[in-house]
Write a protein that binds this ligand. Structure first.
Ligand code: 5GP
Ligand code: ZN
Length: 115
């Protein structure tokens, strides 16, 4: 837990969130400012600032993050029509919260390339 991290505070329950899924390793919750009709964030409970901070010790954790995201996408009815995963990283990636998170975006057709 990083004491100055917004998402660590959400994991700890110090800041409220709308939970979608939780277990010992990952937490998923609805984005407060949804960019798509369905917009969920899934995060590791371990504080990692961004994807660059992960290393091979985190292989199982990152695999679980992706596979749980698949389960969540399915449970929210996104699988048939499709969806998008996004991991914004650093300044050019548009990252605003510095605790690794995977966006699960769905519910409408998404444009490409990103802005
Ligand atoms: P980033 O731009 O870092 O990839 O995404 C951060 C995301 O966190 C944004 O989509 C933003 O709306 C979301 N967010 C920021 N603060 C909060 C909050 O307090 N609660 C929730 N549920 N989402 C948040
Ligand atoms: Zn954190």
């Amino acid at each position: 837990m990083a004491s100055d991290c917004l998402f660590c505070k959400i994991i700890a329950g110090d800041i409220p969130s709308n939970e979608v899924y939780s277990d010992d390793d990952v937490y998923a919750f609805y984005d407060i400012n949804p960019a798509t009709p369905t917009h969920v964030l899934i995060i590791p409970k371990k504080h990692l600032t961004d994807i660059n901070e992960a290393n091979l010790e985190d292989t199982a954790l990152l695999g679980k993050l992706l596979l749980k995201a698949n389960e969540i996408a399915a449970s929210l009815g996104l699988t048939q029509d499709g969806f998008r995963y996004v991991i914004n990283t650093g300044k050019n990636g548009g990252q605003t919260v510095f605790h690794l998170h995977l966006h699960i975006l769905g519910g409408r057709a998404l444009g490409w390339p990103p802005g």
